[in-house]
Design a protein around this ligand. Structure first.
Ligand SMILES: [Fe+2]
Length: 277
């Protein structure tokens, strides 16, 4: 049995600051305590981006310090709120691979887990995979044709018919073509949208989970007009994904470490039309 945890959307800020009224470092500490207490047997933890809220050095240093409380080995990658050069300054250049991105391959208990860095500071919040990363992804899939593969990246790989559809993974078609070349893709797991979903894209199974920051209660597209501009944001749940996998099955449990779900005042958000998850 393979067991691992995915966290995402920490949105850590500098000491003494809050993110939209939320103490995100405290929420991350609660997530760590939850994992240490309930899932100490996990093989590893992946933290799938939006580590820092504004990508600043003080936030990464604070994140690094808090992360030391996690008793399980962790692998990090980045999201649209992150700043890769600053992250690498704090965590070390060796966090980036030959493509210059914070990608990882983890081989554990008969599975290959591929962690992809979909952050791109030029993409306005959307995700991007560079040609070198797509080549890298193809080679890592080709090496593991005979074992199940699980892929983790920050950005969701298809539209969800919600307001944030313009900041999905832009290269989703190229991604799907490459991923479809592997005979046993078990799951693609993402954060980014701050909501819990599951589905398929081009027959590839995916899910997203709410993560550690505020949650978004989506307003869904209808056949009668455009998606309404406002979505409700809630203080919770604070949520992680727990993956249990064996040769026949891959199960993703969404577990809440914070159950509080009060609607947050819209004045806490500095933009009228929400453009960033
Ligand atoms: Fe986020």
């Amino acid at each position: 049995m393979l067991k691992f945890i995915v966290m995402a959307d920490l949105h850590i800020v500098a000491e003494g600051k809050l993110s939209h009224s939320l103490d995100t470092n405290d929420r991350f500490e609660q997530a760590i305590e939850f994992v240490n207490s309930n899932h100490g047997d996990a093989d590893f933890v992946v933290i799938a981006g939006d580590l820092a809220d504004h990508g600043e050095r003080a936030a990464y240093e604070r994140f690094k310090s808090t992360l030391e409380k996690l008793k399980i080995k962790s692998f990090l990658t980045l999201g649209n709120h992150d700043h890769r050069p600053t992250f690498l300054e704090v965590f070390g250049a060796e966090q980036a691979d030959d493509t210059g991105n914070v990608n990882h391959v983890i081989d554990a208990n008969g599975h290959r887990i591929i962690v992809l860095d979909s952050s791109d500071s030029e993409a306005g919040g959307a995700g991007h995979l560079e040609p070198s990363q797509l080549e890298w992804l193809q080679s890592k899939l080709d090496e593991a044709k005979d074992i199940p593969v699980i892929i983790i990246l920050h950005h969701n790989i298809t539209k969800f018919h919600v307001q944030t559809d313009f900041i999905i993974l832009q290269d989703n078609l190229a991604f799907a073509e490459i991923v479809s070349s592997h005979p046993d893709i078990r799951q693609v797991i993402s954060g980014h949208v701050h909501m819990t979903t599951s589905g398929t894209y081009k027959s590839i199974p995916f899910c997203t989970f709410a993560g550690c920051h505020y949650s978004i209660e989506p307003t869904l597209e209808t056949s009668s007009g455009p998606i309404p501009a406002l979505v409700a944001r809630r203080e919770g749940p604070g949520q992680i994904a727990v993956i249990l996998a064996d040769e026949n099955s891959t199960v993703v449990h969404m577990e809440n470490f914070i159950d509080r779900n009060l609607v947050m005042a819209s004045e806490l958000f500095g933009w009228v039309s929400d453009k960033s998850a």
